[in-house]
Design a protein around this ligand. Structure first.
Ligand SMILES: [Zn+2]
Length: 401
C-alpha cells in the first residue's frame, strides 16, 4: 500500500502504518472523548477523556493487529510467506504472498481472525465485569474494547469476500465442489451484494441527515466492492494461466549489445533507430545484464559518451527473471512486484532465451476471449497487476458513528 511506513517487526513480520490510519485514529479518539467516555464515566476532567480516548483507540488497533497477526501466523505455519501487516483507515490487512493451497488451510487461516477477536472481546468484557463500579474509567475502556471486538468479529463473519466469513464460505464451497474458481465466484458475489447493500444504506443515511455515518458506510461498501472484484479477477486469471508456461508466451530474445560499448553508442544505434526500451547486455556470448531507458536516464547526459553500458545496466544478479518452464502464475507476480513491463527469460545454463512482455500476456488473454474461451475482461489484468497479491481484507470498525 503506498503511503505506508514500517513501525516495528513482530515475530519476523513487519507492521506498517498507512497514513490514512492517522485519520481514523483522530476520528476514533475524538468520538471516544466526546461521545463515549463522558456518558459512560461522567464527572471527570475533559483532558482525562481525551487521554483515555487516545489510549482506547490505540488499544482497539492493538486488537486489530492481534486479529491480523493470527491470520499471518497461521498462514506462515502453513507455509505461506507473509510480507507484512498494514493498518489503514478501514482496519488492517495481512499481505500474504500466495493464496492457500487447500480448502482446509483456507478455513483455518480465515477462521482464526474472528476467533481471536471473540477471545479479546470476551476477556475484555469479563474484566469489565470484575472492575465494575470500582473504577468507571477502566470499566468504560474495557467495556468499549469488549463490545467493539465482538462487533469486529461479527462483521468479519459476514460470508462475503473479502471478509473472513467470505473466505470461510469459499473454503466450504471449494471443499464441496473441488473448484476454487467456482467457490471464489460465489464468495465474491455474496461480498459484492453485501457491499452494494452497505452503499445503499450509506446513501440513505446521507440523505436523511446522517452525513458522516452515511459517508463512512458508503466508503466501506466501496472498499469491499473493489476488494471482492479484485479477488475474483485474480482467481479467474490464475485458472486461465495455470497451464500456460513462460516459454509458450515469450517473444524471441532481442539482439544484445556488448557491455563495453558506450551509453551514447547504444542510444544512437539501438534506442533511437529501433525504439528498443530494454536491451540485453552481453559479455561475449554471456548474458550479464539488462539496460533500460530508466537506467540510461540515471546517467548524466554529458557522461554518455564515456560510460560503458555495463556500468549503467542492471546486472544479472539484481534482475527479476523468468524461466521458460515455469507457469505464468509464478512469473506474473514477479513482474507486478518489480513494476516492470517485461522479464528476461533465462534458461538453466544462464542463456537469454526470450522476453516475456506484458503485451504478449494481454494479447493472449484477448485472443482467448475472442475465441469465447474465457469470460475474463481485459481490464482485470491491469487491475491485478496494480493491486498485487491478494490480501486478507479487514474492514473497519463499524461502531464509530
Ligand atoms: Zn480477519
Amino acid at each position: 500500500m503506498s503511503g505506508s511506513f514500517r513501525i516495528f517487526k513482530i515475530a519476523g513480520i513487519s507492521v506498517e502504518i498507512n497514513l490514512s490510519w492517522l485519520i481514523i485514529l483522530v476520528l476514533l479518539t475524538a468520538s471516544l472523548a466526546l461521545d463515549w467516555f463522558p456518558v459512560a464515566a461522567p464527572r471527570y476532567p475533559v483532558l482525562t477523556y481525551w487521554a483515555l480516548g487516545f489510549l482506547a483507540a490505540l488499544l482497539l488497533f492493538a486488537s486489530v493487529l492481534a486479529h491480523e497477526l493470527s491470520h499471518s501466523l497461521v498462514a506462515r505455519a502453513r507455509g505461506l510467506p507473509v510480507k507484512s501487516i498494514t493498518l489503514f483507515i478501514f482496519g488492517g490487512v495481512s499481505n500474504i504472498e500466495r493464496g492457500p493451497q487447500s480448502p482446509g488451510i483456507e478455513f483455518q487461516m480465515a477462521a482464526v481472525g474472528p476467533l481471536t477477536s471473540i477471545v479479546i472481546g470476551g476477556v475484555s468484557l469479563g474484566a469489565a465485569l470484575l472492575v465494575g463500579d470500582a473504577s468507571p474509567l477502566i470499566w468504560a475502556t474495557l467495556y468499549y474494547l469488549g463490545v467493539t471486538n465482538l462487533l469486529l468479529a461479527g462483521f468479519n463473519l459476514i460470508p462475503g469476500f473479502p471478509l473472513d466469513g467470505g473466505r470461510v464460505l469459499r473454503s466450504i464451497i471449494w471443499k464441496a465442489t473441488g473448484s476454487l474458481r467456482k467457490a471464489t465466484l460465489w464468495a465474491a458475489r455474496v461480498g459484492q451484494g453485501f457491499a452494494y447493500l452497505l452503499i445503499l444504506v450509506g446513501v440513505w443515511q446521507f440523505f436523511t441527515g446522517y452525513l458522516v455515518p452515511g459517508l463512512w458506510l458508503g466508503f466501506i461498501g466501496w472498499f469491499l466492492l473493489q476488494a471482492a472484484q479484485a479477488e475474483n479477477a485474480q482467481v479467474v486469471l490464475e485458472s486461465l494461466f495455470k497451464d500456460v508456461t513462460v516459454g509458450q508466451l515469450m517473444g524471441p530474445a532481442p539482439g544484445g549489445a556488448q557491455g563495453n560499448v558506450s551509453v551514447q553508442w547504444l542510444v544512437d544505434n539501438y534506442v533511437l533507430p529501433y525504439g528498443a526500451r530494454s536491451i540485453p547486455v552481453m559479455s561475449g556470448e554471456t548474458f550479464i545484464g539488462l539496460i533500460t531507458l530508466e537506467d540510461i536516464r540515471r546517467v548524466p547526459r554529458e557522461s554518455w559518451p564515456l560510460t560503458p553500458i555495463n556500468a549503467a545496466m542492471t546486472p544479472f544478479a539484481r534482475l527479476r527473471i523468468a524461466r521458460p518452464g515455469e507457469s505464468l502464475n509464478e512469473a506474473l507476480p514477479r513482474m507486478a512486484r518489480g513494476d516492470v513491463n517485461q522479464l528476461p527469460v533465462v534458461d538453466e545454463m544462464g542463456r537469454l532465451v526470450g522476453m516475456l512482455s506484458r503485451d504478449a500476456i494481454m494479447r493472449y488473454v484477448e485472443i482467448r476471449r475472442g475465441l469465447g474461451m474465457e469470460e475474463v475482461e481485459p481490464g482485470q489484468l491491469s487491475r491485478r497487476e496494480g493491486a498485487g497479491r491478494p490480501s486478507q481484507g479487514e474492514p473497519p470498525l463499524p461502531v464509530t458513528s
